[in-house]
Design a protein. Sequence first.
Length: 183
Amino acid sequence: MKLSMLSAPLLALALASAWTTSARAQEVVVTPPPEAAPAPAPAQGMSETVSGKGGPSRMLLTSGLVTFGLTYGAGVIVAGTSSLDADHRLFVPIVGPWTSLADRPDCGGATGRSCDTETANKVLLIADGIGQALGAFMVIDAFLNPETVTITRSHVSNLKPAFHIAPASIGVGGYGMLAAATF
């Protein structure tokens, strides 16, 4: 009876060691299918947004050129039509209105110029000088602060879901099937 009690665990141990030995002997070797599946593409309708610096800021450049052009153009028209020597300095951009302002003759007295008219001319010269300087600053600023360009790309996938089945080698002399799918 003692022998039968010992033989049952020994028999189980022998079977277990034989089973694991035979299981280790069968290694699974899978060969890839003859046709490799393509890499998955982004799903239909997905988009990608890319941002980067572009050229000069178009809004600043346009508004600066218009501001400078209008104020300098008005100064050139006055410089071309005026008989006053100080107004001829308006041909010089940005600095011209300030030198014309400094060289203006006094009002009243022997010149016969009205002080109200001369005060209005000085105010217009100051506005012209500020406008030209502001326009030139905006043009320079347009190049120093380029605009940000944002591009959104949509991905359109031409791949359709596919399912492939191919023969595969399993272990030594064993064969099976391999399944691969793309979605």
